[in-house]
Design a protein around this ligand. Structure first.
Ligand code: ZN
Length: 104
């Protein structure tokens, strides 16, 4: 799985409910890389297993750089934006298929 830093252009990905497939998303607040976390794996694994992982793109420690996504997202200017995902209509016209790194 791989993905470019497309959120740096402030394209924010929102998964449709059927596309969630039991995953939630987090983002590296330094470079904008997006990761998927299996909710069932997260439930049964100690979150300290993230401590040793570094970002695939910028190599920073993920334990210190992750935030929930897309409710929070990295903006072009390097600050964190807030998004009310329930205020957005998801339409097929702008839908894309994209792979993400999976952390857990
Ligand atoms: Zn990063």
């Amino acid at each position: 799985m791989c993905g470019p830093n497309s959120t740096l252009g402030e394209n924010v990905y929102i998964a449709s409910s059927e596309a969630h497939m039991g995953y939630r998303f987090v983002q590296c607040s330094r470079c904008g890389e997006i990761y998927a976390i299996s909710i069932s794996n997260e439930t049964y694994m100690d979150s300290s297993c993230l401590d040793e992982l570094s970002c695939a793109t910028c190599r920073c420690r993920l334990a210190e750089s992750l935030h929930d996504y897309p409710e929070q997202y990295l903006k072009k200017d390097g600050t964190i934006g807030l998004l009310d995902i329930y205020s957005i209509d998801i339409d097929d016209e702008h839908s894309v298929l994209r792979d993400f790194y999976q952390l857990l």
